[in-house]
Design a protein around this ligand. Structure first.
Ligand code: 6YU
Length: 502
Protein backbone atom coordinates (compact mmCIF):
# COMPACT_ATOMS: atom_id res chain seq x y z
CA UNK A 1 0.00 0.00 0.00
CA UNK A 2 1.47 3.37 -1.03
CA UNK A 3 1.55 6.26 1.46
CA UNK A 4 -1.18 8.87 0.92
CA UNK A 5 -0.69 12.05 -1.10
CA UNK A 6 -3.23 14.72 -0.25
CA UNK A 7 -2.51 17.07 -3.16
CA UNK A 8 -5.56 17.75 -5.27
CA UNK A 9 -5.38 16.56 -8.87
CA UNK A 10 -8.08 17.52 -11.37
CA UNK A 11 -8.23 15.58 -14.63
CA UNK A 12 -10.13 17.16 -17.51
CA UNK A 13 -11.76 14.51 -19.70
CA UNK A 14 -12.92 10.97 -18.96
CA UNK A 15 -11.60 9.22 -22.07
CA UNK A 16 -9.13 6.36 -21.75
CA UNK A 17 -6.18 8.74 -21.05
CA UNK A 18 -8.00 10.50 -18.19
CA UNK A 19 -9.18 7.20 -16.73
CA UNK A 20 -5.67 5.70 -17.00
CA UNK A 21 -4.14 8.72 -15.22
CA UNK A 22 -6.73 8.54 -12.43
CA UNK A 23 -6.32 4.80 -12.02
CA UNK A 24 -2.55 5.04 -11.61
CA UNK A 25 -2.69 8.04 -9.25
CA UNK A 26 -5.31 6.41 -7.03
CA UNK A 27 -3.31 3.17 -6.92
CA UNK A 28 -0.21 5.17 -5.94
CA UNK A 29 -1.89 6.75 -2.93
CA UNK A 30 -3.24 10.05 -4.33
CA UNK A 31 -6.47 10.43 -2.40
CA UNK A 32 -7.86 13.65 -3.85
CA UNK A 33 -8.32 12.97 -7.56
CA UNK A 34 -11.30 14.24 -9.50
CA UNK A 35 -12.26 13.86 -13.17
CA UNK A 36 -14.39 16.55 -14.83
CA UNK A 37 -16.14 15.28 -17.95
CA UNK A 38 -18.17 17.43 -20.34
CA UNK A 39 -20.57 14.67 -21.46
CA UNK A 40 -22.83 12.26 -19.52
CA UNK A 41 -20.55 9.27 -20.22
CA UNK A 42 -17.04 7.84 -19.81
CA UNK A 43 -14.95 6.60 -22.73
CA UNK A 44 -14.73 9.62 -25.07
CA UNK A 45 -13.73 8.28 -28.47
CA UNK A 46 -14.22 4.71 -27.23
CA UNK A 47 -17.94 4.42 -27.84
CA UNK A 48 -19.89 1.22 -28.41
CA UNK A 49 -23.36 1.54 -29.91
CA UNK A 50 -26.12 -0.67 -31.27
CA UNK A 51 -27.69 -1.06 -34.67
CA UNK A 52 -30.76 -3.21 -34.08
CA UNK A 53 -29.48 -6.14 -32.05
CA UNK A 54 -25.87 -5.78 -33.32
CA UNK A 55 -22.99 -4.23 -31.41
CA UNK A 56 -21.13 -1.57 -33.40
CA UNK A 57 -18.12 0.57 -32.57
CA UNK A 58 -18.88 4.24 -33.21
CA UNK A 59 -15.30 5.20 -32.32
CA UNK A 60 -12.18 3.06 -31.86
CA UNK A 61 -12.52 -0.29 -33.57
CA UNK A 62 -9.44 -2.45 -33.21
CA UNK A 63 -6.62 -3.07 -30.80
CA UNK A 64 -3.81 -2.10 -33.16
CA UNK A 65 -0.95 -4.56 -32.65
CA UNK A 66 -2.38 -6.83 -29.94
CA UNK A 67 0.79 -8.24 -28.36
CA UNK A 68 2.67 -8.12 -25.04
CA UNK A 69 3.95 -4.56 -25.56
CA UNK A 70 0.42 -3.23 -26.04
CA UNK A 71 -1.14 -2.31 -22.67
CA UNK A 72 -4.66 -2.29 -24.14
CA UNK A 73 -4.21 -5.89 -25.21
CA UNK A 74 -2.81 -6.86 -21.79
CA UNK A 75 -5.72 -5.20 -19.95
CA UNK A 76 -8.31 -6.70 -22.32
CA UNK A 77 -6.78 -10.14 -21.74
CA UNK A 78 -6.73 -9.58 -17.98
CA UNK A 79 -10.42 -8.61 -18.01
CA UNK A 80 -11.24 -11.58 -20.26
CA UNK A 81 -12.66 -9.39 -23.03
CA UNK A 82 -11.12 -11.06 -26.10
CA UNK A 83 -11.91 -14.02 -28.36
CA UNK A 84 -9.56 -17.02 -27.84
CA UNK A 85 -8.14 -16.51 -31.36
CA UNK A 86 -6.78 -13.07 -30.44
CA UNK A 87 -4.86 -14.60 -27.53
CA UNK A 88 -2.93 -17.17 -29.56
CA UNK A 89 0.86 -16.74 -29.84
CA UNK A 90 0.52 -16.90 -33.67
CA UNK A 91 -1.85 -13.93 -33.64
CA UNK A 92 0.45 -11.92 -31.39
CA UNK A 93 3.52 -12.70 -33.47
CA UNK A 94 2.05 -11.63 -36.80
CA UNK A 95 3.75 -8.44 -37.96
CA UNK A 96 1.63 -6.79 -40.63
CA UNK A 97 2.93 -3.22 -40.33
CA UNK A 98 -0.52 -1.77 -39.68
CA UNK A 99 -2.14 -3.29 -42.79
CA UNK A 100 -4.08 -6.45 -41.92
CA UNK A 101 -4.08 -9.07 -44.70
CA UNK A 102 -7.83 -9.06 -45.36
CA UNK A 103 -9.16 -10.77 -48.49
CA UNK A 104 -10.33 -7.99 -50.84
CA UNK A 105 -13.29 -7.86 -53.23
CA UNK A 106 -12.91 -5.07 -55.80
CA UNK A 107 -15.70 -3.40 -57.79
CA UNK A 108 -15.53 -0.60 -60.34
CA UNK A 109 -17.94 2.26 -60.96
CA UNK A 110 -18.97 0.63 -64.24
CA UNK A 111 -20.52 -2.17 -62.21
CA UNK A 112 -17.81 -4.79 -62.80
CA UNK A 113 -16.15 -7.10 -60.30
CA UNK A 114 -12.37 -6.91 -60.85
CA UNK A 115 -9.79 -9.66 -60.48
CA UNK A 116 -7.23 -9.17 -57.77
CA UNK A 117 -4.43 -9.72 -60.35
CA UNK A 118 -5.64 -6.61 -62.18
CA UNK A 119 -5.26 -4.37 -59.17
CA UNK A 120 -2.20 -5.90 -57.49
CA UNK A 121 0.56 -4.13 -59.55
CA UNK A 122 -0.70 -0.73 -58.37
CA UNK A 123 -1.24 -2.00 -54.83
CA UNK A 124 2.33 -3.27 -54.72
CA UNK A 125 3.68 0.06 -55.94
CA UNK A 126 1.62 1.94 -53.34
CA UNK A 127 2.73 -0.21 -50.40
CA UNK A 128 6.35 -0.06 -51.56
CA UNK A 129 6.09 3.74 -51.51
CA UNK A 130 4.46 3.78 -48.07
CA UNK A 131 7.19 1.63 -46.58
CA UNK A 132 9.87 3.86 -48.15
CA UNK A 133 8.17 6.92 -46.63
CA UNK A 134 8.05 5.27 -43.18
CA UNK A 135 11.83 4.94 -43.32
CA UNK A 136 12.32 8.64 -44.10
CA UNK A 137 14.21 10.38 -41.31
CA UNK A 138 12.20 13.30 -39.96
CA UNK A 139 15.03 15.80 -39.89
CA UNK A 140 16.63 16.10 -43.32
CA UNK A 141 15.15 18.39 -45.96
CA UNK A 142 12.77 16.38 -48.12
CA UNK A 143 12.10 16.93 -51.81
CA UNK A 144 8.38 17.16 -51.05
CA UNK A 145 6.52 18.45 -47.99
CA UNK A 146 3.75 15.92 -47.83
CA UNK A 147 3.08 12.21 -48.25
CA UNK A 148 0.49 12.99 -50.96
CA UNK A 149 2.87 15.11 -53.10
CA UNK A 150 5.62 12.50 -52.79
CA UNK A 151 3.31 9.64 -53.78
CA UNK A 152 1.89 11.52 -56.76
CA UNK A 153 5.27 12.44 -58.15
CA UNK A 154 6.78 8.99 -57.56
CA UNK A 155 3.78 7.21 -59.07
CA UNK A 156 4.11 9.34 -62.18
CA UNK A 157 7.84 8.58 -62.44
CA UNK A 158 7.58 4.86 -61.69
CA UNK A 159 4.46 4.34 -63.81
CA UNK A 160 6.25 5.76 -66.85
CA UNK A 161 8.85 2.99 -66.45
CA UNK A 162 6.86 0.08 -65.06
CA UNK A 163 3.67 0.40 -67.04
CA UNK A 164 5.03 1.79 -70.29
CA UNK A 165 3.87 -1.29 -72.21
CA UNK A 166 0.40 -1.42 -70.61
CA UNK A 167 -2.62 -0.33 -72.63
CA UNK A 168 -4.52 2.84 -71.73
CA UNK A 169 -7.28 0.92 -69.93
CA UNK A 170 -4.92 -0.86 -67.57
CA UNK A 171 -2.92 2.32 -66.94
CA UNK A 172 -6.16 4.06 -66.02
CA UNK A 173 -7.07 1.19 -63.71
CA UNK A 174 -3.67 1.31 -61.97
CA UNK A 175 -4.08 5.02 -61.31
CA UNK A 176 -7.60 4.63 -59.97
CA UNK A 177 -6.28 1.95 -57.59
CA UNK A 178 -3.69 4.47 -56.32
CA UNK A 179 -6.42 7.12 -55.83
CA UNK A 180 -8.48 4.58 -53.90
CA UNK A 181 -5.54 3.67 -51.66
CA UNK A 182 -4.86 7.35 -50.98
CA UNK A 183 -8.45 7.56 -49.70
CA UNK A 184 -7.80 4.51 -47.50
CA UNK A 185 -4.73 6.27 -46.08
CA UNK A 186 -6.80 9.42 -45.41
CA UNK A 187 -8.99 7.22 -43.19
CA UNK A 188 -6.03 5.52 -41.50
CA UNK A 189 -4.40 8.89 -40.79
CA UNK A 190 -7.60 10.79 -40.07
CA UNK A 191 -6.62 13.43 -42.65
CA UNK A 192 -8.61 15.27 -45.31
CA UNK A 193 -5.90 14.62 -47.90
CA UNK A 194 -2.51 12.95 -47.79
CA UNK A 195 -1.23 16.34 -49.00
CA UNK A 196 -1.74 17.47 -45.38
CA UNK A 197 0.36 14.68 -43.85
CA UNK A 198 4.04 15.60 -43.34
CA UNK A 199 6.48 13.46 -45.29
CA UNK A 200 9.31 13.51 -42.76
CA UNK A 201 7.03 13.00 -39.76
CA UNK A 202 5.04 10.10 -41.26
CA UNK A 203 7.61 7.60 -39.98
CA UNK A 204 7.23 8.82 -36.38
CA UNK A 205 4.20 6.53 -36.03
CA UNK A 206 5.21 3.06 -34.89
CA UNK A 207 3.26 -0.17 -35.24
CA UNK A 208 3.31 -3.11 -32.85
CA UNK A 209 3.22 -6.79 -33.79
CA UNK A 210 -0.09 -8.66 -33.63
CA UNK A 211 -3.04 -9.05 -35.95
CA UNK A 212 -5.57 -6.29 -35.12
CA UNK A 213 -8.50 -7.65 -33.13
CA UNK A 214 -11.84 -6.36 -31.86
CA UNK A 215 -13.77 -6.69 -28.59
CA UNK A 216 -16.62 -9.20 -29.08
CA UNK A 217 -18.67 -7.47 -26.37
CA UNK A 218 -17.65 -3.95 -27.42
CA UNK A 219 -14.62 -1.70 -26.75
CA UNK A 220 -16.54 0.00 -23.93
CA UNK A 221 -16.11 -3.19 -21.88
CA UNK A 222 -12.56 -2.01 -21.28
CA UNK A 223 -13.83 1.34 -19.98
CA UNK A 224 -16.40 -0.35 -17.70
CA UNK A 225 -13.72 -2.57 -16.16
CA UNK A 226 -11.29 0.30 -15.61
CA UNK A 227 -14.03 2.51 -14.15
CA UNK A 228 -15.07 -0.22 -11.71
CA UNK A 229 -11.61 0.05 -10.14
CA UNK A 230 -11.97 3.78 -9.41
CA UNK A 231 -13.64 5.07 -6.23
CA UNK A 232 -17.27 5.96 -6.91
CA UNK A 233 -18.03 9.64 -7.30
CA UNK A 234 -14.57 10.42 -8.67
CA UNK A 235 -16.05 11.60 -11.98
CA UNK A 236 -18.36 14.59 -12.31
CA UNK A 237 -20.30 14.22 -15.56
CA UNK A 238 -21.91 16.99 -17.61
CA UNK A 239 -19.25 19.30 -16.21
CA UNK A 240 -17.41 21.04 -19.07
CA UNK A 241 -14.36 23.07 -18.08
CA UNK A 242 -14.33 26.59 -19.45
CA UNK A 243 -10.91 27.85 -18.35
CA UNK A 244 -7.76 26.67 -16.63
CA UNK A 245 -6.16 29.58 -14.76
CA UNK A 246 -2.52 28.73 -14.19
CA UNK A 247 0.13 30.97 -12.62
CA UNK A 248 -2.90 32.39 -10.90
CA UNK A 249 -2.76 34.95 -8.11
CA UNK A 250 -6.24 34.08 -6.88
CA UNK A 251 -5.06 30.51 -6.41
CA UNK A 252 -1.82 31.37 -4.58
CA UNK A 253 0.25 31.35 -7.83
CA UNK A 254 1.39 27.80 -7.32
CA UNK A 255 -2.04 26.24 -7.66
CA UNK A 256 -4.39 26.13 -10.60
CA UNK A 257 -7.93 27.40 -10.67
CA UNK A 258 -10.27 25.35 -12.81
CA UNK A 259 -13.38 27.21 -13.89
CA UNK A 260 -16.33 25.18 -15.13
CA UNK A 261 -19.09 26.25 -17.52
CA UNK A 262 -21.62 26.25 -14.67
CA UNK A 263 -19.46 28.68 -12.67
CA UNK A 264 -17.97 26.15 -10.23
CA UNK A 265 -14.36 27.04 -9.40
CA UNK A 266 -11.98 24.37 -8.17
CA UNK A 267 -8.52 25.05 -6.78
CA UNK A 268 -6.14 22.19 -7.54
CA UNK A 269 -2.45 21.51 -7.05
CA UNK A 270 -2.22 19.90 -10.47
CA UNK A 271 -4.44 19.62 -13.54
CA UNK A 272 -4.09 16.96 -16.22
CA UNK A 273 -5.65 18.14 -19.50
CA UNK A 274 -6.76 15.27 -21.77
CA UNK A 275 -9.13 17.07 -24.14
CA UNK A 276 -8.73 16.07 -27.82
CA UNK A 277 -6.39 18.04 -30.08
CA UNK A 278 -9.41 19.02 -32.20
CA UNK A 279 -10.93 20.70 -29.13
CA UNK A 280 -7.60 22.36 -28.27
CA UNK A 281 -7.21 23.73 -31.80
CA UNK A 282 -10.60 25.41 -31.52
CA UNK A 283 -10.57 26.52 -27.89
CA UNK A 284 -6.98 26.82 -26.59
CA UNK A 285 -7.15 30.62 -26.49
CA UNK A 286 -10.09 30.58 -24.05
CA UNK A 287 -9.25 27.31 -22.27
CA UNK A 288 -6.02 28.68 -20.77
CA UNK A 289 -5.37 31.86 -18.86
CA UNK A 290 -2.71 33.14 -19.30
CA UNK A 291 -2.49 31.78 -22.86
CA UNK A 292 -0.31 28.79 -23.65
CA UNK A 293 3.34 29.52 -24.52
CA UNK A 294 3.78 30.37 -28.20
CA UNK A 295 5.75 27.24 -29.09
CA UNK A 296 2.91 25.09 -27.74
CA UNK A 297 0.32 27.07 -29.72
CA UNK A 298 2.38 26.64 -32.90
CA UNK A 299 2.58 22.91 -32.28
CA UNK A 300 -1.19 22.68 -31.76
CA UNK A 301 -1.60 24.45 -35.10
CA UNK A 302 1.01 22.35 -36.95
CA UNK A 303 -0.23 18.96 -35.80
CA UNK A 304 -3.13 17.68 -37.83
CA UNK A 305 -6.54 16.57 -36.55
CA UNK A 306 -9.03 15.44 -39.15
CA UNK A 307 -12.22 13.46 -39.51
CA UNK A 308 -12.71 9.79 -40.21
CA UNK A 309 -16.29 8.54 -40.02
CA UNK A 310 -17.95 5.18 -40.35
CA UNK A 311 -21.17 4.34 -42.14
CA UNK A 312 -22.48 0.96 -41.00
CA UNK A 313 -24.78 -0.68 -43.53
CA UNK A 314 -26.78 -3.85 -42.90
CA UNK A 315 -28.03 -6.10 -45.70
CA UNK A 316 -30.41 -9.09 -45.68
CA UNK A 317 -27.90 -11.13 -47.64
CA UNK A 318 -24.29 -10.62 -48.68
CA UNK A 319 -23.18 -9.52 -52.17
CA UNK A 320 -19.53 -10.12 -51.25
CA UNK A 321 -17.60 -13.40 -50.90
CA UNK A 322 -17.75 -15.38 -47.65
CA UNK A 323 -13.99 -14.93 -47.00
CA UNK A 324 -13.96 -11.23 -47.97
CA UNK A 325 -12.59 -8.83 -45.32
CA UNK A 326 -12.51 -5.57 -47.29
CA UNK A 327 -14.39 -4.18 -50.30
CA UNK A 328 -12.83 -1.52 -52.53
CA UNK A 329 -14.88 0.73 -54.83
CA UNK A 330 -12.75 2.07 -57.72
CA UNK A 331 -13.94 5.02 -59.78
CA UNK A 332 -13.12 4.52 -63.47
CA UNK A 333 -12.57 8.25 -63.98
CA UNK A 334 -9.92 8.77 -61.30
CA UNK A 335 -6.76 8.49 -63.34
CA UNK A 336 -5.42 11.83 -62.10
CA UNK A 337 -4.41 10.34 -58.69
CA UNK A 338 -6.41 12.40 -56.23
CA UNK A 339 -7.84 11.93 -52.76
CA UNK A 340 -10.17 14.94 -52.78
CA UNK A 341 -13.44 15.15 -54.68
CA UNK A 342 -13.97 18.12 -57.01
CA UNK A 343 -17.54 18.97 -55.98
CA UNK A 344 -18.23 18.33 -52.31
CA UNK A 345 -22.02 18.62 -52.44
CA UNK A 346 -22.59 16.52 -55.53
CA UNK A 347 -19.89 13.91 -55.20
CA UNK A 348 -18.90 13.63 -51.51
CA UNK A 349 -19.62 9.89 -51.64
CA UNK A 350 -16.67 9.38 -54.00
CA UNK A 351 -14.40 9.84 -51.00
CA UNK A 352 -15.73 6.63 -49.38
CA UNK A 353 -13.04 4.09 -50.28
CA UNK A 354 -15.24 1.05 -49.66
CA UNK A 355 -16.16 -1.13 -46.70
CA UNK A 356 -14.71 -3.50 -44.15
CA UNK A 357 -16.79 -6.58 -43.35
CA UNK A 358 -17.85 -7.12 -39.73
CA UNK A 359 -16.80 -10.61 -38.68
CA UNK A 360 -17.68 -13.26 -37.68
CA UNK A 361 -20.95 -13.41 -39.60
CA UNK A 362 -22.62 -15.49 -36.84
CA UNK A 363 -22.14 -12.49 -34.52
CA UNK A 364 -22.83 -9.57 -36.85
CA UNK A 365 -24.96 -10.92 -39.69
CA UNK A 366 -24.37 -9.09 -42.97
CA UNK A 367 -23.04 -5.75 -41.79
CA UNK A 368 -20.46 -3.63 -43.62
CA UNK A 369 -18.61 -0.63 -42.29
CA UNK A 370 -18.03 2.13 -44.86
CA UNK A 371 -15.09 4.51 -44.24
CA UNK A 372 -14.96 8.15 -45.26
CA UNK A 373 -12.44 10.80 -44.23
CA UNK A 374 -11.93 14.52 -44.68
CA UNK A 375 -14.21 17.43 -45.55
CA UNK A 376 -16.41 15.05 -47.55
CA UNK A 377 -16.97 13.14 -44.32
CA UNK A 378 -17.71 16.36 -42.43
CA UNK A 379 -20.25 17.29 -45.11
CA UNK A 380 -21.84 13.82 -44.87
CA UNK A 381 -22.49 14.53 -41.17
CA UNK A 382 -24.77 17.43 -42.11
CA UNK A 383 -27.06 15.28 -44.27
CA UNK A 384 -30.12 13.49 -42.96
CA UNK A 385 -29.95 9.73 -42.39
CA UNK A 386 -32.36 9.28 -45.33
CA UNK A 387 -30.07 11.24 -47.66
CA UNK A 388 -27.04 9.18 -46.59
CA UNK A 389 -29.05 5.95 -47.01
CA UNK A 390 -30.13 7.04 -50.49
CA UNK A 391 -26.54 7.84 -51.57
CA UNK A 392 -25.21 4.55 -50.18
CA UNK A 393 -27.98 2.59 -51.93
CA UNK A 394 -27.23 4.24 -55.29
CA UNK A 395 -23.52 3.66 -54.80
CA UNK A 396 -23.81 -0.03 -53.98
CA UNK A 397 -26.26 -0.62 -56.84
CA UNK A 398 -23.92 1.11 -59.30
CA UNK A 399 -20.77 -0.75 -58.23
CA UNK A 400 -22.37 -4.19 -57.96
CA UNK A 401 -24.40 -3.69 -61.13
CA UNK A 402 -27.38 -4.99 -59.18
CA UNK A 403 -30.32 -2.52 -59.13
CA UNK A 404 -32.17 -4.57 -56.52
CA UNK A 405 -29.63 -4.53 -53.71
CA UNK A 406 -31.07 -2.51 -50.81
CA UNK A 407 -29.63 -1.79 -47.36
CA UNK A 408 -31.80 -2.85 -44.44
CA UNK A 409 -30.59 0.00 -42.22
CA UNK A 410 -27.63 2.28 -41.74
CA UNK A 411 -25.87 4.09 -38.88
CA UNK A 412 -23.17 6.73 -39.31
CA UNK A 413 -20.81 8.40 -36.87
CA UNK A 414 -20.57 12.20 -36.65
CA UNK A 415 -17.26 12.96 -34.95
CA UNK A 416 -16.64 16.36 -36.51
CA UNK A 417 -19.84 17.81 -35.06
CA UNK A 418 -19.18 16.36 -31.61
CA UNK A 419 -18.43 19.62 -29.76
CA UNK A 420 -16.03 17.93 -27.32
CA UNK A 421 -13.95 16.15 -29.97
CA UNK A 422 -14.21 18.23 -33.17
CA UNK A 423 -12.91 15.43 -35.40
CA UNK A 424 -11.48 11.93 -35.06
CA UNK A 425 -7.76 11.73 -34.28
CA UNK A 426 -4.39 13.37 -34.79
CA UNK A 427 -1.75 13.03 -37.48
CA UNK A 428 1.61 14.72 -38.05
CA UNK A 429 0.89 17.64 -40.38
CA UNK A 430 3.25 19.22 -42.90
CA UNK A 431 6.35 20.64 -41.23
CA UNK A 432 5.88 18.63 -38.03
CA UNK A 433 8.82 17.02 -36.32
CA UNK A 434 9.56 15.04 -33.16
CA UNK A 435 9.92 18.40 -31.41
CA UNK A 436 6.19 19.04 -31.87
CA UNK A 437 5.32 15.82 -30.10
CA UNK A 438 7.69 16.83 -27.27
CA UNK A 439 6.03 20.25 -27.11
CA UNK A 440 2.57 18.66 -26.90
CA UNK A 441 3.37 16.80 -23.69
CA UNK A 442 5.49 19.52 -22.08
CA UNK A 443 3.86 20.55 -18.78
CA UNK A 444 3.24 24.12 -17.61
CA UNK A 445 5.04 26.13 -16.53
CA UNK A 446 7.49 25.15 -19.28
CA UNK A 447 10.83 23.59 -18.33
CA UNK A 448 12.68 26.91 -18.61
CA UNK A 449 10.87 28.35 -15.61
CA UNK A 450 10.52 25.27 -13.49
CA UNK A 451 11.45 26.84 -10.25
CA UNK A 452 7.70 26.55 -9.81
CA UNK A 453 5.97 23.20 -9.33
CA UNK A 454 4.09 21.30 -12.02
CA UNK A 455 0.74 22.96 -12.60
CA UNK A 456 -0.76 21.76 -15.86
CA UNK A 457 0.10 18.41 -17.47
CA UNK A 458 -1.00 17.15 -20.87
CA UNK A 459 -2.16 13.66 -21.81
CA UNK A 460 -4.33 12.21 -24.61
CA UNK A 461 -3.59 10.39 -27.85
CA UNK A 462 -2.07 13.45 -29.58
CA UNK A 463 0.62 13.70 -26.90
CA UNK A 464 2.15 10.28 -27.52
CA UNK A 465 5.41 10.47 -29.49
CA UNK A 466 4.88 7.33 -31.60
CA UNK A 467 1.46 5.82 -30.86
CA UNK A 468 -0.59 9.00 -31.47
CA UNK A 469 -4.08 8.38 -32.90
CA UNK A 470 -4.53 5.12 -30.99
CA UNK A 471 -6.13 3.87 -27.79
CA UNK A 472 -2.86 2.39 -26.54
CA UNK A 473 -1.12 5.73 -27.18
CA UNK A 474 -3.81 7.53 -25.17
CA UNK A 475 -3.67 5.01 -22.32
CA UNK A 476 0.14 5.22 -22.10
CA UNK A 477 -0.02 9.03 -22.12
CA UNK A 478 -2.33 8.96 -19.08
CA UNK A 479 0.02 6.64 -17.20
CA UNK A 480 2.98 8.81 -18.25
CA UNK A 481 1.49 11.98 -16.72
CA UNK A 482 0.45 10.13 -13.56
CA UNK A 483 4.04 8.86 -13.28
CA UNK A 484 5.32 12.40 -13.74
CA UNK A 485 3.34 13.46 -10.67
CA UNK A 486 4.26 10.34 -8.72
CA UNK A 487 7.97 10.91 -9.33
CA UNK A 488 7.53 14.63 -8.62
CA UNK A 489 6.41 13.73 -5.11
CA UNK A 490 9.06 11.06 -4.67
CA UNK A 491 11.74 13.59 -5.62
CA UNK A 492 10.18 16.53 -3.78
CA UNK A 493 8.77 14.95 -0.61
CA UNK A 494 8.61 18.29 1.19
CA UNK A 495 6.86 20.39 -1.47
CA UNK A 496 5.32 23.11 0.71
CA UNK A 497 2.13 23.49 -1.29
CA UNK A 498 1.40 19.80 -1.19
CA UNK A 499 0.48 17.96 1.92
CA UNK A 500 2.36 14.97 0.65
CA UNK A 501 3.35 12.37 3.20
CA UNK A 502 5.67 10.61 0.78
C1 6YU B 1 -7.36 2.56 -31.89
C2 6YU B 1 -8.90 2.00 -33.61
N1 6YU B 1 -10.14 3.85 -34.66
C3 6YU B 1 -11.99 5.35 -35.17
C4 6YU B 1 -12.68 6.52 -34.93
C5 6YU B 1 -12.24 7.40 -33.93
C6 6YU B 1 -11.09 7.11 -33.21
N2 6YU B 1 -9.23 5.58 -32.72
P1 6YU B 1 -10.94 11.10 -25.70
O1 6YU B 1 -11.46 11.98 -26.77
O2 6YU B 1 -11.39 9.70 -25.69
O3 6YU B 1 -11.28 11.73 -24.26
C7 6YU B 1 -11.26 13.11 -24.04
C8 6YU B 1 -12.47 13.48 -23.17
O4 6YU B 1 -12.41 14.88 -22.90
C9 6YU B 1 -13.81 13.25 -23.86
O5 6YU B 1 -14.61 12.38 -23.06
C10 6YU B 1 -14.43 14.65 -23.96
O6 6YU B 1 -15.83 14.65 -23.81
C11 6YU B 1 -13.75 15.37 -22.82
N3 6YU B 1 -13.71 16.83 -22.96
C12 6YU B 1 -13.44 17.58 -24.06
N4 6YU B 1 -13.49 18.88 -23.76
C13 6YU B 1 -13.78 18.98 -22.44
C14 6YU B 1 -13.96 20.08 -21.54
N5 6YU B 1 -13.84 21.35 -21.93
N6 6YU B 1 -14.27 19.82 -20.25
C15 6YU B 1 -14.40 18.53 -19.81
N7 6YU B 1 -14.25 17.47 -20.63
C16 6YU B 1 -13.93 17.68 -21.92
N8 6YU B 1 -7.75 3.88 -31.92
O7 6YU B 1 -6.48 2.20 -31.12
N9 6YU B 1 -7.97 1.66 -32.69
O8 6YU B 1 -9.42 1.15 -34.30
C17 6YU B 1 -9.26 3.37 -33.68
C18 6YU B 1 -10.85 5.05 -34.43
C19 6YU B 1 -13.87 6.81 -35.74
C20 6YU B 1 -12.98 8.65 -33.62
C21 6YU B 1 -10.38 5.92 -33.45
C22 6YU B 1 -8.73 4.29 -32.78
C23 6YU B 1 -8.60 6.57 -31.86
C24 6YU B 1 -8.94 6.39 -30.37
O9 6YU B 1 -10.32 6.30 -30.21
C25 6YU B 1 -8.41 7.57 -29.59
O10 6YU B 1 -7.03 7.74 -29.87
C26 6YU B 1 -8.56 7.44 -28.07
O11 6YU B 1 -9.77 6.88 -27.70
C27 6YU B 1 -8.41 8.83 -27.47
O12 6YU B 1 -8.50 8.81 -26.06
P2 6YU B 1 -8.23 10.17 -25.26
O13 6YU B 1 -8.41 9.88 -23.83
O14 6YU B 1 -6.95 10.75 -25.71
O15 6YU B 1 -9.35 11.18 -25.77
C28 6YU B 1 1.62 8.80 -39.67
C29 6YU B 1 0.73 7.87 -39.38
C30 6YU B 1 -0.31 7.66 -38.66
C31 6YU B 1 -0.99 6.38 -38.73
N10 6YU B 1 -2.04 6.34 -37.80
C32 6YU B 1 -2.59 5.05 -37.86
C33 6YU B 1 -3.31 4.71 -36.62
C34 6YU B 1 -4.59 4.23 -36.96
C35 6YU B 1 -5.59 4.88 -36.06
N11 6YU B 1 -6.75 4.24 -36.42
C36 6YU B 1 -7.83 4.48 -36.02
C37 6YU B 1 -8.82 3.76 -36.56
C38 6YU B 1 -9.89 3.50 -36.00
C39 6YU B 1 -10.72 2.85 -36.94
Amino acid sequence: MSPAVNSKVVIIGCGISGIAAAQRLVKSGFNDVRILEATPRSGGRIKTGRMGDKIIEVGANWIHGPSEENPVFCLARQYNLLDPEALTPENQAMDVGGHPPWVPNVFSSSGRRLNIEDVSPAQEMFFELLSEISEYPSTIGEPHDSVGEFIRSEVQRRAAEKWKDSDATSRCLHLSVISNLLKVECCVNGAHSMDEVGLGAFGLYKTLPGLDCTFPGGFEGLIKNLMSELPSGLVTYNQPVRCVHWNNAEARNTSVLVECNDGEKIVADHVIVTVPLGYLKKHHSTLFHPPLPLHKIHTIQRLGFGTNNKIFVEFDSPWWDADCGVIYFLWDDEESVADEVPDLHRSWIKKLFGFTVLKPTERYGHVLCGWIAGHESEYMETLSEQEVTHCITQLVRRFTGNPAVTPKRIFRSQWFHDPWTCGSYSFPGKGCSEQDLDNMREPLPPKASQSQPLQVLFAGEATHPCYFSTVHGALLSGWREADRLISHYSINPSQPQSKSKL
